[in-house]
Write a protein that binds this ligand. Structure first.
Ligand SMILES: [Zn+2]
Length: 237
């Protein structure tokens, strides 16, 4: 069974660690795929898991349930937490997979993971010369808080890099999907803000045409005491 295989993968990841403290059980998705995770490691990364592992939970030993996430996404999250690597997947699904992973990391309040996914999206866009598809934008707009780092990033891909055909492509009308109203409003608002900046003396090229990959490294990151600003402030490459 898939869930047993994933359990083995997690166990393998754990064997690389010398500490064997308390484990927590996590049930993911409507199918409740079972994962066992090292409490010490995941609670250090995520304030969501830290509160879920509070005394009350641990006394009752209840599993933590993530009904809205997919087992594959949680598996990718664990790989990021344990090995610091973003899992690669099929190119046509990469943006959606990355957005799902961002949603999970953001909801878990794991800023390091969320920032790593942001960097992964920028890298993927740069290497494939592509922009996030509408399905990924819909997920980003519907599953993260307003003006989240991810929402700002997909908005800026539209404002800074996309041509008009990207919003309405006569060949592929919207991939059969519409962009959410909240996204179109955010794009219009950003254009107006930038027009005003340009009127006040910024170069029009800087205001509208800067490549996302050339933005300062922390521009789309979130930082706090648990996740200090990145040392390299040059670019997001
Ligand atoms: Zn940063």
């Amino acid at each position: 069974m898939a869930s047993v295989k994933k359990l083995e993968e997690v166990a393998e990841l754990k064997r690389t660690r010398t500490e064997y403290e308390d484990d927590i059980e996590v049930l993911v998705g409507p199918e409740r795929a079972r994962f066992v995770v090292h409490m010490h490691i995941i609670c250090k990364r995520s304030s969501f898991f830290e509160s879920a592992c509070s005394d009350r939970w641990m006394k009752e030993r209840k599993p933590i349930e993530l009904v809205d996430d997919k087992p594959d996404t949680f598996s990718a999250y664990l790989k990021l937490v344990y090995e610091g690597e973003l899992r690669s997947s099929l190119p046509q699904n990469e943006y959606l997979e990355l957005v799902r992973l961002y949603v999970l990391a953001d909801r878990s309040r794991d800023l390091r993971a969320a920032n790593a996914v942001i960097d992964g999206i920028i890298r993927y866009s740069d290497t494939t010369w592509s922009l996030p598809p509408k399905s990924a934008i819909r997920l980003a707009m519907n599953s993260t808080p307003p003006k989240s780092a991810l929402q700002r990033l997909v908005r800026d891909y539209c404002v800074q890099e996309a041509g008009p055909q990207w919003i309405v492509d006569p060949e592929k009308p919207d991939d059969g999907e519409e962009l959410p109203r909240s996204f179109l409003v955010a794009v219009a608002e950003e254009f107006m803000t930038r027009r005003r900046q340009a009127n006040y003396g910024e170069r029009v090229a800087d205001t509208y045409s800067r490549r996302i990959k050339e933005m300062p490294r922390c521009h789309y990151h979130q930082h706090d005491d648990s996740c200090p600003p990145c040392k390299s402030a040059a670019t997001a490459k």
